[in-house]
Design a protein around this ligand. Structure first.
Ligand code: ITT
Length: 199
C-alpha cells in the first residue's frame, strides 16, 4: 500500500490535534479541518467506533484526502460507563472542562464515596482511531488505559479530563505527567500502535 504523505487530522479538539500529530511521523504533512473550513459532522453513532468512522469518513470525503479521526472518552464504572461517548458533551456548548469535571464529581457524590477508605473509583479512557481514504476504505483501532478517578483535580498538562484521571500503577494524574510519559501508556497511543504500519 502507498505510504501516506499528507493527512487530515480530523478533529476540532486542539488537545487531541496536538497529540495525534505527535503520534504521526514527522515527515507527514498534517492538515486541520479548520484550515479547510470544515465544521464537525454530527456524532450520531452509539459507540466510539461508529463516531470515529463518521468523522474520518466525513473529513476524507469533504477534503478528498486520507484522514485520521479519533472518538474517545472517559468511562467511569460506578457511573455505568458515563460520560463515555458523551465525554465532550458533558463540557456543554462552551466546551468548558471545569463544567464537565464538576459534573463527574457531582455524579460521584451521589454514591457517598469516602476517598480516604482507599476505595478505587475505577475508570478508563478509550480511544478509537479511524483512518479513511477518499475511496472509502477505512481502518479502525481501539486503545484502552485503565485507571481511577482522583480525589481532586491535579496538574496543568494535557486537556479534557486529564486532571482527574490517575492511570493504574501511577500516583499522578495524566495532567501531572508530561506529554512524553502520557504517550507511553495512553489510550490514543495504544490505538495508534496497532495501525502505525499504515504510516
Ligand atoms: P472532535 O470530535 O472534533 O475530535 P471532541 O472533543 O468533540 O473533538 P470527542 O467527541 O471524541 O472529541 O470527545 C472526547 C472527549 O473525551 C474530549 O473532549 C476530551 O475531553 C475527552 N478525552 C479524550 N481523550 C482524552 C485525553 O487523552 N485526555 C483527557 N480527556 C480526553
Amino acid at each position: 500500500m502507498k505510504k501516506i504523505s499528507k493527512i487530515i487530522v480530523g478533529t476540532h479538539n486542539e488537545g487531541k490535534f496536538k497529540e495525534i500529530c505527535a503520534l504521526l511521523p514527522k515527515n507527514i504533512i498534517k492538515i486541520s479541518p479548520k484550515n479547510l473550513n470544515l465544521p464537525s459532522p454530527d456524532e450520531t453513532g452509539n459507540t466510539f467506533v461508529e463516531n470515529s468512522k463518521i468523522k474520518a469518513e466525513y473529513f476524507s470525503k469533504k477534503g478528498n484526502l486520507v484522514t485520521i479521526s479519533d472518538d474517545s472518552g472517559l468511562a467511569i464504572d460506578l457511573l455505568s460507563g458515563a460520560p463515555g461517548i458523551y465525554s465532550s458533551r458533558w463540557a456543554g456548548p462552551t466546551n468548558d472542562f471545569n463544567i464537565a469535571i464538576n459534573k463527574v464529581y457531582n455524579e460521584l457524590k451521589k454514591f457517598n464515596i469516602d476517598y480516604n477508605e482507599k476505595k478505587k473509583i475505577s475508570a478508563k479512557f478509550i480511544s478509537c482511531l479511524s483512518v479513511c481514504w477518499p475511496d472509502g476504505k477505512i481502518v479502525s483501532s481501539i486503545g484502552i488505559i485503565e485507571g481511577k478517578i482522583s480525589k481532586e483535580r491535579k496538574g496543568n498538562n494535557g486537556f479534557g479530563y486529564d486532571p482527574i484521571f490517575i492511570p493504574s500503577g501511577y500516583n499522578k494524574t495524566f495532567a501531572e505527567l508530561d506529554s512524553k510519559e502520557k504517550f507511553k501508556i495512553d489510550h490514543r497511543s495504544k490505538a495508534f500502535s496497532k495501525i502505525s504500519n499504515l504510516f
